[in-house]
Design a protein around this ligand. Sequence first.
Ligand code: TXA
Ligand code: MG
Length: 319
Amino acid sequence: MISRAVSVDPTDDNLDLAAERIRAGALVCFPTETVYGLGADATNDVAIAALYEAKGRPRFNPLIIHVADMAQALEIGDFNETALKLAAAFWPGALTLVVPRAAGCPVSLLAGAGLDTIAIRLPGHDVARSLIARAGVPIAAPSANPSGRISPTHAAHVAAELGDKVAMILDGGPCRSGVESTVVQIADDKVVVLRPGAIAREDIEKVAGPTALPMGDEGTPASPGMLSRHYAPDHRLRMNARNVQADEALLAFGPPCPGEPVAALNLSPSGNLKEAAANLFAYLRELDKVDCRAIAVMAIPEDGLGEAINDRLRRAAFR
Ligand code: TXA
Ligand code: MG
């Protein structure tokens, strides 16, 4: 039987219950001033894998990490002077700042799609901030719509499209803005608007000076699909390995293939795709540190989260 999460009012009791669910690794939808978010504990790899699964995303796009206050933002990101100025001017609010991950940042690598940067937002909605504060962990949240559908601005939209996949929906009424946050990357001295949104470029420039266009790998302006650079390992990846050589490292899935690799990590010995997604970026980074000729990667089925896992591996293999 599929149980549908009904929307509940954001009373103190319901906020406490929602925070408890977040801490237990469940998914909770909540209102922000822009659109409703599909939230999970940003520090819990398995919860983040479940979030991607519920969203039905064919790719691991990096997620925005929502915080309750500036102190929590500073625990997860490195803010230079410009980033601090923008935060002071627009937070709480519809601005997402992409900054380097702080040393010891506890946020799941899967939530950040393996990147060294992190997208942080302090939302301007009491229900959102109260939920995050009560949960005591930062909350990763993409818009609460299945992949390819438009972003929801009413709790009823969320219930209709994701109600059978989440533990709870907090109903905060219609969202004030309805347009997603503006995503701004702070890189060295440059301020790059990666995604136009609820806060106008001109307003950002009044605080931070001229903004730059996002650049692709060749130094030319990037197309929208290319806006976030992806983590790429240094080692070559050998895909669909059915055996492993003595000078290779092995990234296994299910029962390991024959061979005596330099090192081996198993994404999921039992062949569970959610577990594999949760381990993917951490294991790739781990094996990338090993002295070897290549990383042999066993085949992973294309169903469910397998599609996103394979997308990421294929892009890591392409050089
Ligand atoms: O208004 C909003 O921003 C809503 C509410 C729920 O906060 N959230 C939202 O999340 O729109 P989502 O996942 O649909 O969009 C996240 C955007 C994507 O364009 C993603 O590429 C970008 O943020 N992003 C996240 N982390 C990034 C990073 N490290 N570098 C570059 N872009 C990043
Ligand atoms: Mg979205």
